[in-house]
Write a protein that binds this ligand. Structure first.
Ligand code: AMP
Ligand code: ZN
Length: 112
């Protein structure tokens, strides 16, 4: 989608602080981190919300990527929280599916 911020990151048009990339997923540091480790994991194809995710293989890959990055960032053992905000009441601001990975401190509250 041409006007989607995260699609522009997936295509390389905008360059975020990338921590992991493969053929299907991209992970980068959140620009407004809510924890010492705050990373967003996205599919490279445009999926607007969790409601639109109809590919189980991609869903699994996104979750496995979160776990892989948690290892990479050194928070797998101490722990972390994964959040997916969906639509207005869920607090979704960017309408390209993303999984938040939060760690590096005790995560006591959901994202504001
Ligand atoms: P959500 O509320 O779940 O849609 O979260 C969107 C997230 O994207 C927020 O945590 C923002 O800080 C983050 N974000 C927005 N723009 C950028 C950007 N250019 N680079 C990295 N993260 C961003
Ligand atoms: Zn998109």
């Amino acid at each position: 989608m041409s006007d989607c911020l995260f699609c522009k990151m997936a295509s390389g048009e905008i360059k975020p602080d990338v921590v992991y990339e493969d053929e299907k997923v991209l992970a980068f540091r959140d620009i407004n981190p809510k924890a010492p480790v705050h990373i967003l994991v996205i599919p490279k194809i445009h999926v607007a919300t969790l409601n639109d995710l109809n590919n189980g293989d991609l869903a699994g890959l996104l979750l496995q990527t979160v776990a892989k990055i948690a290892q990479q960032e050194g928070v797998a053992e101490s722990g972390y929280r994964t959040i997916i905000n969906c639509n207005s009441d869920g607090g979704q601001e960017v309408y390209h599916l993303h999984l938040h990975l939060l760690g590096g401190k005790k995560i006591t509250s959901p994202l504001a």
